[in-house]
Design a protein around this ligand. Structure first.
Ligand code: ATP
Length: 356
C-alpha cells in the first residue's frame, strides 16, 4: 500500500476565505477572507477591538450568519447547508439568559432534554457537570438565588451538557467583576482541558485570552492581524496595530544599520539577523533598563504607577516620544527625578509595516 502523498491533519474547524458583508456593496466587510483552523481539543481565543468582527466570526461558525464568500468546515464537512441546531456546536454568550422559571438542574439539562436523553442519563450528567463547575448539589436551587459568578457556572454547565464538538464563548465573563473573572478563567481552562473540549472564545480582554488560550487570534477590521501562542504574540507582536492593542506604546520610526537602529531616542540595539533599512520599532517596557543619569539616554520621570508586580514608569527624554519602562518596586525612581536609560535587544521588535 502506498501512503497518501499529502497528509494534512484534519482540523475540527476550518474557515477558508470567509467573507461577511453587511449593508452596502463596497462597504468594508465585517469579515474579510478569513482563514482559520482550530484543531480538536484546542482552546483558541479571538481578541480585538470593538467592531473588528469577533462576534460575526462566531455567528458564521454557528450558522447564525451566512457567509457571502468562503466556507466553514466542521470535521472537514462544508456547513453552508447545515442549520445551527445540526452543527453540533455549543454557544455561551455574555448575557447567558438562564431560564428563570427552571431550577439549576432544569437549566443544565435543557439541551439533553432536546436531544431526548433519558432521565437517568440527564441526572447523571447534571451531577457530573455541577461537580466540575464547582456547584455540587445545586440541582434544586432557584436561578434567581445564584450570584453572577454562580449563574455563569450554570450557563457553562448547560453549554457543556450536550457535549458539543465545538464550544463557542462570546465574552463569557464579560459582566463579572475583575477578581471573579480572574478566578473563573482559570477554572474554565481546567474544565475544558479535563473534558477535552475544543473552544473558540471571543473576548476583548487580553488578560482573559492569555490566561485561557492555547492560541490567540488578534482581529483588525475584519481580518486576522496575528495568530500565535499567547507568549509568541506577547513577545513578538507582528504589527504596530497588535503592539498598541496589547498596550505597548514605545513604537518609533527607525533605520536599521547592522546591529543597531537609528531612532529619535538615539541608537537602539536590534536582534541579530534584522535586515538593514527603514522600519517601525517596538521596545517592550521590560527592555528599557534604568542606568545612572550620566550614562544612557537622559530622561525625566513624568509618572510612576504601581502595577502589583512592577512599577510602570513614563519617561520623557530630551528628544523623541515619551517612553514606558517597567521596573522593580525597589529600584523605581520618584516622579521628577532624572534617570538614564539603555535598551535591551531581546525586547526590541521590528514591526511588519506592510500588514500594520
Ligand atoms: N447585523 C448587523 N448589521 C449591520 N452591521 C453589522 C451587523 N452585525 C455586525 N455589524 C457590523 O460588522 C462589524 C463587526 O461587528 P462585530 O459585532 O462582529 O464586531 P466585534 O468585534 O464582535 O465587536 P464588539 O467587541 O463590539 O462586540 C461592525 O462594523 C458592526 O457594526
Amino acid at each position: 500500500m502506498t501512503a497518501p502523498t499529502t497528509t494534512t491533519a484534519q482540523q475540527l474547524l476550518q474557515l477558508d476565505g470567509v467573507t461577511v458583508r453587511f449593508g452596502k456593496p463596497g462597504a468594508r466587510p465585517a469579515l474579510h477572507a478569513v482563514d482559520l483552523a482550530v484543531a480538536a481539543r484546542e482552546i483558541v481565543c479571538v481578541l480585538g477591538p470593538s467592531g473588528s468582527g469577533k462576534s460575526t466570526l462566531l455567528r458564521v461558525v454557528a450558522g447564525l450568519q451566512q457567509a457571502d464568500a468562503g466556507q466553514v468546515l466542521l470535521e472537514g464537512r462544508d456547513q453552508s447547508a447545515v442549520p445551527t441546531h445540526r452543527r453540533g456546536v455549543g454557544l455561551m454568550f455574555q448575557d447567558h439568559q438562564l431560564f428563570p422559571q427552571r431550577d439549576v438542574a432544569g437549566n443544565v439539562a435543557f439541551g439533553l432534554r432536546m436531544l431526548g436523553t433519558s432521565r437517568g442519563d440527564q441526572e447523571r450528567t447534571v451531577t457530573e457537570l455541577l461537580d466540575l463547575v464547582g456547584l455540587p448539589g445545586a440541582q434544586r436551587r432557584a436561578v434567581a438565588s445564584l450570584s453572577g459568578g454562580e449563574q455563569q457556572r450554570v450557563a457553562l454547565a448547560r453549554a457543556l451538557a450536550p457535549r458539543p464538538r465545538l464550544l463557542m464563548l462570546d465574552e463569557p465573563l464579560g459582566q463579572l467583576d475583575r477578581g471573579l473573572r480572574e478566578r473563573l478563567v482559570v477554572e474554565l481552562g481546567r474544565v475544558f482541558r479535563e473534558l477535552g473540549t475544543t473552544v473558540l472564545a471571543v473576548t476583548h480582554d487580553q488578560g482573559e485570552a492569555f490566561a485561557l488560550a492555547d492560541r490567540v487570534v488578534v482581529m483588525q477590521d475584519g481580518r486576522i492581524a496575528q495568530t500565535g501562542t499567547p507568549l509568541e504574540v506577547w513577545q513578538r507582536p507582528a504589527t504596530e496595530f497588535v503592539a498598541r492593542f496589547l498596550g505597548f506604546d514605545n513604537v518609533v520610526e527607525a533605520t536599521v544599520q547592522g546591529e543597531a537602529a537609528l531612532t529619535p531616542w538615539g541608537k537602539v540595539p536590534v536582534p541579530g539577523g534584522t535586515v538593514d533599512g527603514p522600519c517601525r520599532l517596538l521596545v517592550r517596557p521590560a527592555g528599557v533598563r534604568l542606568t545612572s543619569a550620566r550614562e544612557g539616554l537622559p530622561c525625566t520621570v513624568a509618572a510612576r504607577t504601581f502595577r502589583g508586580t512592577h512599577v510602570a514608569l513614563l519617561l520623557r527624554p530630551k528628544s523623541g516620544p515619551q517612553i514606558e519602562a517597567a521596573c522593580a518596586l525597589q529600584n523605581a525612581p520618584e516622579t521628577g527625578e532624572t534617570v538614564g536609560i539603555a535598551f535591551a535587544a531581546q525586547d526590541v521588535v521590528v514591526l511588519d509595516t506592510a500588514a500594520g
